[in-house]
Design a protein around this ligand. Structure first.
Ligand SMILES: Cc1cc2nc3c(=O)[nH]c(=O)nc-3n(C[C@H](O)[C@H](O)[C@H](O)COP(=O)(O)O)c2cc1C
Length: 185
């Protein structure tokens, strides 16, 4: 029997680390779970008013790195404290950065996959700012590539469970997509 609820939500979100420069060119980052791929080559983020939100509007660019199991505590930390209150929060978390070659934003050295995004849309909606960035480049560590492609089994990404308020690992490849269902054709 199904239980009926008037409201509620379970959508498991990819955990993304969004990095920007502050107005004084120091690096900052926040954690974003309400985000993901929008179009073929776009990433959308739903942001409340944060230091990062202001930086994205001012700079027109940002980077998005996949949070990993290895650096989960560091990623969580940048989602707990604001760069407004703790200006060196990246260093405290053990992160260092390298400037992106393609957008005005830093790339987190310790995270293996980073997408470089140019802002193409800013919209005030759902009590926040919806940011859409076009991916204009990607920086990926050799260590997570298999035959030149990003291999999630090497990245060790995590998802955010907003019901249990916890991070969950992404598991192994269990079936080929657009294929396993063909048995019902
Ligand atoms: C698991 C998790 C997910 C989060 N997802 C979002 C999000 O999708 N949008 C948002 O505006 N804030 C989100 N936050 C909160 C920001 O990451 C947090 O307020 C951060 O400290 C802002 O940093 P800043 O002020 O230096 O930009 C999340 C925090 C955590 C821990």
């Amino acid at each position: 029997m199904k239980q009926s609820f008037e409201s509620g939500m379970i959508v498991y979100h990819p955990v993304l680390l969004v990095a920007t420069y502050n107005h004084d060119d120091t690096p900052n980052a926040m954690l974003v779970a309400w985000g993901g791929q929008a179009g073929e080559n776009q990433i959308a983020l739903n942001l409340l008013p944060h230091r990062t939100t202001e930086n994205i509007v001012a700079n027109g660019g940002f980077t998005v790195s996949c949070a990993t199991q290895e650096f989960l505590a560091s990623c969580d930390y940048v989602g707990i404290v604001s760069g407004d209150k703790v200006p060196d929060k990246l260093a405290r978390a053990g992160f260092t950065v390298t400037p992106s070659k393609r957008v005005n934003a830093p790339i987190i050295d310790q995270l293996p996959v980073a997408f470089e995004c140019k802002v193409v849309e800013l919209k005030e909606e759902f009590d926040g700012t919806r940011v859409v960035g076009e991916v204009v480049g990607m920086e990926v560590d050799d260590s997570v590539l298999t035959d030149g492609k990003i291999d999630l089994s090497k990245v060790h990404p995590v998802v955010y469970d907003n019901v249990m308020n916890c991070y969950r690992s992404v598991g192994p490849n269990i079936a080929d997509a657009y294929s396993i269902g063909k048995k019902f054709q």
